[in-house]
Design a protein around this ligand. Structure first.
Ligand code: PEP
Length: 251
């Protein structure tokens, strides 16, 4: 299976010109790497101009039952129509935004269903806010998975057609957090095994949280992750390209 490397650009960059510069630098190299599936998730406004294949979010109904009266929202059908293939759902910055009003497990579950039904792949983010020294954080993640996948039909769990991917992103490891520090491959490995046990299904598991060219290999090859979700470093083409090349180095 190809390694899946996903770039989450978040609210960056501020101009289409800069977005094109980053995207085109990465694309030139990514197109030559046969063992990596590269997915760039720019802000919605750049999707069309870049012909990017990833989105950072989606609305939870499709088509909206209220006749589309949802100001500012974007549906899975709209994304599909633009050529998008992957949608990030449940990112911690949407679950726990700085100004409140975050997404609940119920909303996330609806988004997952809607997106899969539209024929798109879901990158479902899970991860604990803190590690307690005990194994309580494992239960926290188990619960997020159970709630997110509630009543999702079995067929969506079968790769490659299935469409479900899990991104394990411990919130404390995300670079925007104070004192963020990447997890280590050993504990990420423990989590990957745990998630596989919870799911009892074989779906790809990615690691996210302060990924850099220095630690990417550890997560891919020691922790046995199927790919990575990369935030900050995906905006620096040289570094993101290094990560892609490391991932392509699979035997
Ligand atoms: C993210 O927020 O999805 C992420 C992985 O960010 P970073 O790589 O910057 O920690």
């Amino acid at each position: 299976m190809k390694k899946i490397i996903i770039a989450n650009w978040k609210l960056n960059p501020q101009t289409l010109k800069e977005a094109k510069r980053i995207f085109n630098s990465v694309k030139k190299v990514a197109g030559r790497l046969s063992k990596v599936e590269t997915v760039i998730c720019p802000p919605f406004v750049y999707l069309s101009a870049l012909r990017a294949t990833g989105a950072q979010d989606v609305f939870y109904e499709n088509p909206p039952a209220g006749g589309g009266a949802y100001t500012g929202e974007i549906s899975a059908a709209m994304l599909k129509n633009l050529g998008v293939k992957y949608v990030i759902i449940g990112h911690s910055e949407r679950r726990y935004p700085p100004v409140g009003g975050g997404e609940t497990d119920e909303i996330i579950n609806k988004k997952i269903k809607t997106t899969l039904e539209a024929g798109l792949k879901v990158v479902f983010c899970v991860g604990e806010k803190k590690r307690d020294g005990e194994d309580e954080y494992l239960n926290f993640v188990r619960n997020q998975i159970k709630e997110g996948f509630k009543n999702i039909p079995k067929k969506f769990f079968n790769p490659p057609a299935g469409g479900l991917i899990i991104a394990y992103e411990p919130v404390w490891a995300i670079s925007s957090q104070k004192r963020a520090k990447a997890d280590n491959p050993e504990s990420a490995f423990k989590m990957a095994i745990f998630i596989k046990r919870v799911l009892l299904q074989k779906i790809p598991i990615l690691y996210g949280g302060s990924v850099s060219p220095e630690n990417a290999g550890g997560f891919l090859f020691k922790a046995g992750m199927n790919g990575l979700l990369v935030g900050g470093q995906s905006l620096i083409p040289e570094n993101f390209i290094k990560i892609l090349k490391i991932a392509n180095n699979t035997k």
